[in-house]
Design a protein around this ligand. Structure first.
Ligand SMILES: Nc1ncnc2c1ncn2[C@@H]1O[C@H](COP(=O)(O)OP(=O)(O)OP(=O)(O)O)[C@@H](O)[C@H]1O
Length: 696
């Protein structure tokens, strides 16, 4: 059928339909109209063009379908969603291969390159000018081709859902790759290579939310107040966990634990609350690395005890292997034991009887504590075992608490022992002096209930509270009026407002059954009430004596540790005055360990055993810093002058005591005389005498 006859047929058909509704006259009009336009060659041409177009389009669609079918046999395709780790592997790998290098279409962002997880295509415009870098990213919808191991691969990055405001990381969107090969395993190889490259290059992974369900992640929460929380904190500090964060809280408070800095720094950097730190956990057992994400949630601050509770550290492990989590906890524990706790925190009270101040002291090594035999190891083991035996105490129905009484001469190491122990066990010290103003039965109870469960409660000089009433204190001063009447007693040490029953109540209270170690120290154990020191309240009693020869020798050696390498190298010079070196600000001659040992032995022989405290000896040695020969040479003179000093003090004391006794006697005599006078004045005898006198 010719084109024109087709048109005539179509139009006639339309005319027929129209005639059914429009009538015969209309049909005739339309038929004549169709005839007229079909005679027009331009109209005929137009209809021919439409017809041909329809055929071409149908052919194209058939061809495309066949091409798709054909290419599925020769091309392997894969799609990666931005919300998955596989996306990060592939994107990182593609960027490394500079796939977008030849591109003409970019998205440019201004950002600090260090904060970008995937920024290898960044074009640095200079980061030293105080402005962020420009980072070139492939524009979405740009297809790129590159060759990989002999295969052509095309890459297409679809429009991202949106970019995270803080990090610039894209959320939503996809990345599709097509590998021009019939072999499926090329895709496997490509993904494996991208994954391995990602692991090796250790790029910062993107952040993930804790709530995000993912079979690729493990989440563990460490609640504040639990020991494992402290282990993790110690690990985060040592691993410089702030490496991946841009959000900090800065503190100059010594009590705040910085995560990325040593304890000696004056300014501490801490992660801003609720931000996510990412860093690599190097597993010492397997030698492999796993990315961690850390979220620290602060707890509620108790302004009385200056403690925090209810917070947590959440760890998201970029691994689904639970053994990695176990390894992480073990590593953190080891780190905590090695050097995690480098300071000891001590809480002090104010004069209103409240926890007011916190100070930190450097941790003291166990080796610096000099006690006879193995007392220190025993006490550390005892406390450690107690802390690990909560279940046992609960099962046995025994209150979970332990009391230690350290008694003996001043300066023999009682306080030092507690300091060392706190460092060893990673516990904080809550220090109460019963003689402090503001401490009475009520405030004592409140203070103790405000302490956390795992801590050391230190009650120093506990005897201040309970001097025996029937024994007169030798330093007591009686204040009498002019008539010898007793006005007041003035005595040292000061009396405490705490009563014995108040203290016993506090020690026995339910709140003190939560794994707390109570330490009491005294120089006068004989003054303590037996009820206070009975087992159950004071379970371990340790006597501290004045130094014996072994201890004296050890203190000496501690003062003059072995020479460092520099000193040893120079030791062979003949003239000791010439080969001096400096330790701190002191310039002193150099001595070998053997020489120091010999001086130490002589020194220990010279000091009479059981006569001086370590604090005393330390005081003398401090005047001979870096000079063991001088220390040895001067000891006899020091002992002599010390003995003289002691004798003088004893004589003075004796004199004062005699004077006091005399004053007391005179005062009593005066008081007796005054009493006699008064009695006479009031008595009938006097009245009668007076009457008699009056009579005369
Ligand atoms: N056994 C010891 N080992 C190491 N150092 C000690 C020892 N005894 C005392 N010292 C040193 O002496 C100083 C005082 O010690 P410490 O305060 O522990 O004595 P103390 O027995 O508690 O005295 P006090 O009864 O007067 O409170 C500290 O600086 C400490 O370094």
């Amino acid at each position: 059928m010719s084109d024109s006859s087709t048109i005539i047929a179509i139009v006639s058909l339309a005319a027929l339909v129209f005639s059914l509704y429009g009538g015969a006259s209309s049909v005739a009009a339309i038929t004549s109209f169709v005839r007229t336009i079909s005679a027009n060659p331009q109209v005929t041409e137009l209809f021919r063009f439409i017809f041909l177009g329809t055929i071409v389009e149908a052919g194209r669609q058939v061809g495309e379908t066949m091409l798709k079918f054909g290419s599925s046999l020769f091309v392997v395709k894969a799609e990666f969603g931005t919300h998955d780790f596989a996306y990060d592997w592939v994107l990182n790998y593609l960027e490394h291969h500079r796939v977008w290098n030849e591109s003409r279409s970019f998205k440019v962002v201004a950002r600090n390159a260090a904060s970008r997880p995937n920024s290898s295509t960044s074009a640095s415009l200079g980061s030293t000018d105080g402005h962020p870098d420009a980072i070139y990213e492939p524009a979405p919808l740009t297809a790129s081709f590159f060759r990989w191991r002999g295969y052509w691969i095309s890459v297409n990055k679809s429009v991202a859902g949106y970019a995270h405001y803080d990090t610039g990381e894209e959320i939503g969107g996809t990345l599709s790759i097509s590998i021009w090969s019939r072999k499926r395993q090329i895709l496997d190889e490509f993904v494996r290579a991208a994954r391995q490259f990602y692991i090796d290059s250790k790029v910062l992974p993107r952040r993930v939310e804790r709530e995000e369900p993912s079979g690729a992640l493990l989440t563990a929460v460490f609640p504040q107040g639990d020991l494992a929380h402290d282990w993790m904190l110690a690990y985060l500090r040592s691993a410089n966990a702030l490496g991946g964060t841009m959000d900090f809280t800065i503190s100059t408070k010594q009590s705040d634990l910085g995560w990325g800095n040593g304890p000696k720094d004056t300014v501490r950097y801490m992660p801003a609350h609720d931000t996510k730190q990412r860093f690599l956990f190097e597993n010492p057992r397997t030698g492999r690395s796993t990315w961690l994400q850390v979220v620290a949630t602060p707890g509620q601050r108790n302004w009385n005890s200056h403690t925090e509770s209810g917070g947590s550290i959440a760890i998201i492990l970029h691994s689904s292997d639970k053994a990695v989590l176990a390894d992480l906890i073990e590593t953190a524990h080891q780190k905590y034991l090695q050097n995690g706790v480098s300071t000891v925190t001590v809480h002090l009270t104010d004069n209103r009887g409240e926890w007011a101040k916190t100070i930190t002291k450097s941790r003291r090594a166990l080796s610096t504590l000099i006690l006879p035999t193995d007392i220190k190891e025993t006490i550390v083991a005892d406390a450690r075992q107690f802390l690990e035996s909560e279940n046992w105490y609960n099962q046995a129905g025994i209150p979970y608490r332990r009391g230690y009484l350290l008694y003996g001469e001043p300066g023999t190491g009682k306080s030092t022992t507690i300091h060392v122990l706190a460092g060893e066990l990673g516990l904080e010290i809550y220090f109460i002096s019963l003689a402090s103003p503001g401490i009475d039965d009520y405030s004592l109870g409140k203070l103790i209930s405000d302490t956390p469960s795992r801590c050391i409660l230190l009650i120093e000089d506990i005897d201040c509270a309970f001097p025996l009433r029937d024994e007169e204190d030798e330093d007591e001063e009686l204040i009498l009026d002019i008539d010898g009447q007793l006005i007041a007693r003035n005595s040292t040490p000061p009396r405490s407002a705490v009563t014995l029953s108040g203290l016993l109540n506090v020690l026995d209270s339910v709140s003190s059954e939560e794994g707390r170690l109570t330490f009491a120290t005294t120089n006068h154990v004989e003054n303590l009430d037996p009820a206070l020191i009975r087992a159950g309240r004071m379970d371990v009693k340790l006597e501290y004596k004045l130094a014996d020869a072994v201890q004296v020798e050890q203190v000496f050696k501690r003062f003059y540790p072995p020479a460092d390498e520099f000193m040893v190298e120079n030791h062979n010079a003949k003239d000791k005055d010439v080969q001096s070196t400096s330790r701190g600000n002191l310039v002193h001659p150099v001595y070998t360990p053997a020489e120091v040992d010999a001086y130490a032995a002589q020194f220990a022989q010279a000091v009479p055993t059981g006569t001086y405290s370590i604090a005393h000896i330390q005081g003398y040695l401090l005047t001979k810093k870096g000079d063991p020969a001088g220390a040895m040479g001067g000891i006899h003179q020091w002992l002599k002058s010390h003995e003289e000093e002691k004798r003088e003090i004893a004589e003075l004391r004796q004199k004062r005591r005699a004077e006091k006794a005399l004053r007391l006697r005179l005062a009593r005599e005066r008081a007796d005389a005054a009493a006699v006078k008064q009695h006479i004045a009031n008595s009938d005898v006097v009245e009668e005498t007076t009457d008699l006198i009056d009579l005369f």
